[in-house]
Design a protein around this ligand. Structure first.
Ligand code: NAI
Length: 329
């Protein structure tokens, strides 16, 4: 049996946490031969609820689950972490400006970035789910002195999965027949689901789907607005599908990507595709056989795509500028 790995999860008593923990503990993320330790991090008022979740984890008697720690202490929570899944954040409330939200959540991610740098394992990888996830990841990265920037990710996989399903419905195929779907930019309503390079059963999506007005219009807006549509329908934000996307992201980052394909996750830009260096922006990524990842180069960007990507990147720059006080120079 392998040595256990340690996964730290913030917001563990929340809705996404509840949909996420049990799948990790069951072995469906890191593999059926990989024991896991869970370090579950919450704010003090949520600790009683978190203890209830821990009782349920105990009651599953998962063969692969080793130590479970529930804490509000960041040093304890990130001790020895190989993965940090940063899910917890404060939701936007009525009357709150986006800049207020950026500031409130930004302060959470400065402390978490510092605690990760101080306590986590050398091979730590950090996936930020809590919104605004790109900018939260930027803040965490810039406050985690000594942790390489290629260890920080923000989640756009839910958007990719949503886009694949929409294309599949339109084409009358299964979502797994859709590949090469890149979400560019920010995880927000400016994100760009790139249909121009998507493939359906290996053929360009633009050949399989002849309704190009739909691709350029309704398809994009449906994906961009899907989160809001779910809140309207369910009365609560997407949690199970978000947890599923977090799992997909981790798996895509630990398993080699199929030849010719890519997946979406926001990473620290190296300037590829004209995206300002240092921003945490979503782009096409592939995982190599040695476990490292790279930005897929040479993906065609036409004028339509360029405009959409630039608009989303402009929003990321605005967000970064709004939290500049939280980013050490
Ligand atoms: P939730 O409100 O049910 O749970 C959030 C949890 O975070 C709460 O238990 C809360 O106590 C905890 N929390 C707040 N501040 C914390 C801190 N400083 N440290 C540790 N825990 C803290 O929310 P839910 O539905 O689980 O969503 C979590 C986040 O994920 C939200 O920001 C949401 O917007 C975001 N999200 C992101 C998606 C993406 O695609 N990137 C998709 C769906 C949701």
């Amino acid at each position: 049996m392998k040595e256990p790995i340690t996964i730290s999860i913030t917001g563990a008593a929340g809705h996404i946490g509840y949909a996420l923990l049990f799948r990790i503990a069951s072995g469906s993320v890191f593999g059926a031969d990989q024991p896991v330790n869970l370090r579950l991090i919450e704010i003090e008022p949520a600790l009683p609820a978190l203890h209830g979740v821990v009782m349920e984890l105990d009651d599953c008697a998962f063969p692969l689950l080793r130590e479970v720690v529930a804490t509000a202490d960041l040093d304890e929570g990130f001790a020895g972490a190989n993965w940090a899944l940063l899910v917890g954040s404060v939701p936007r409330k009525a009357g709150m400006e986006r800049s207020d939200l950026l500031g409130i959540n930004g302060r959470i991610f400065t402390g978490q970035g510092q605690a990760i740098a101080k306590n986590a394992a050398k091979n730590i990888r950090v996936l930020v789910v809590g919104n605004p996830c790109n900018t939260n990841a930027l803040i965490a990265k810039n406050n985690a002195a000594g942790v390489p920037s290629d260890r920080f990710f923000a989640m756009t996989r839910l958007d990719e999965n949503r886009a694949k399903s929409q294309l599949a419905f339109k084409a009358g195929v299964h979502a797994s027949d859709v590949t090469n779907l890149c979400i560019w930019g920010n995880h927000s309503s400016t994100q760009y689901p790139d249909f121009t390079n998507a493939k359906i059963n290996g053929k360009p999506a633009t050949d399989v789907i002849s309704d190009h007005d739909w691709l350029k219009g309704e398809f994009i807006s449906t994906v961009q607005q899907r989160g809001a549509a779910i809140i309207k329908a369910r009365g609560a934000s997407s949690a199970a599908s978000a947890a599923n996307a977090a799992i997909d992201t981790v798996k895509s980052l630990i398993q080699p990507t199929a030849d010719g394909d890519w997946f979406s996750v926001a990473v620290c830009s190296d300037g590829s595709y004209g995206i300002e260096k240092g921003l945490i922006a979503s782009m096409p990524i592939r995982t190599k056989s040695d476990g490292s990842w790279e930005v897929v180069q040479g993906v065609p960007v036409d004028d339509f795509s360029r405009e959409k990507i630039d608009a989303s990147v402009a929003e990321l720059i605005e967000e970064r500028d709004a939290v500049k006080d939280l980013i050490p120079s």
